[in-house]
Design a protein around this ligand. Sequence first.
Ligand SMILES: Nc1ncnc2c1ncn2[C@@H]1O[C@H](COP(=O)(O)OP(=O)(O)OP(=O)(O)O)[C@@H](O)[C@H]1O
Ligand SMILES: [Mg+2]
Length: 310
Amino acid sequence: MADEITGTTLGATHPQPADDRSRKPTVIVFGNEKGGTGKSTAAMHVIIGLLREGFQVGAIDLDARQGTLTRYFDNRRIYAARRGLRLPHPVYRTVSRSELAERSAAETEERERLDHAIDSLSNCDFIVLDTPGSDNHLSREGHSHADILITPLNDSFVDLDLLGRIDSENNKMLAPSKYSEMVWEQKKRRVQRGEGSIDWIVMRNRLATLDSRNKRKMDQALNEISRRLGLRLIAGFSERVIFRELFLKGLTLLDIREEGTDVTLTMSHIAALQEIRNLMRAIGIERQGEEESEAPTSSLEMSMPSGRIA
Ligand SMILES: Nc1ncnc2c1ncn2[C@@H]1O[C@H](COP(=O)(O)OP(=O)(O)OP(=O)(O)O)[C@@H](O)[C@H]1O
Ligand SMILES: [Mg+2]
């Protein structure tokens, strides 16, 4: 159902633009060259979180081959139609990789496709890009548009290695990874284009509650890496069934209070809501004056702090 950018069908828009559209959308990129770290899952939750606060959100799936985000939205639209629900939807696009054989021609085509997709979403408050779990030119182009880059990371030294090489003796960072170098390159490109730097956030994902020894070691290593690479570290999501079980319905935890869904919000979801709220706060969306205890009976009520959107 998604627009192939070379194709035609678009996702729906809800809610409608409410205010000044002259400002540039804030671009949030979910990226990590490691596969399966939670990019698409976190992207989906942030997109729905923003929509539920009344922002106009565009989404671009740069992982057309896998198409997880696109399928999530397709599932959402089918579920909403079947049940007669008025769920908020982003406007979404899929940008595919070029099939041209000549490298520079292929890169130009990919750059143009992405620019076209971003331009077509220029009336949005936010544009969220989901990237594949591997390096390619299109993904690098995507990173170069990031005002905010969010890198989900499984709680494992194997994943940490994708950010920087760590000395096992003293937890010092020996060298940045290829991915960190690539992000650095994109930061430089942005600064040269006068677009400002990239606010790089690393969020831990699928945290286990029991493994406290591993967690402590990871804490140390991650703190060192964040200091050296100039990134912000946030707590992220724990391992929870709720983050994966709603995919086929295209729902998130933020939707299940909607009348007409067949999912019940339980006490165990409160902590998950808090984790989503922490992520939203890290990207500058703050709920105001709401007590923790209200979480299960209230959607995330957040407001855009002045200054986040240029
Ligand atoms: N916090 C979580 N709790 C439980 N399951 C999770 C959590 N985060 C992600 N998952 C599950 O982990 C798997 C990988 O997640 P996801 O597809 O979001 O990762 P990805 O980084 O987008 O992967 P890829 O690199 O292949 O695109 C999925 O099965 C997803 O449902
Ligand atoms: Mg993905």
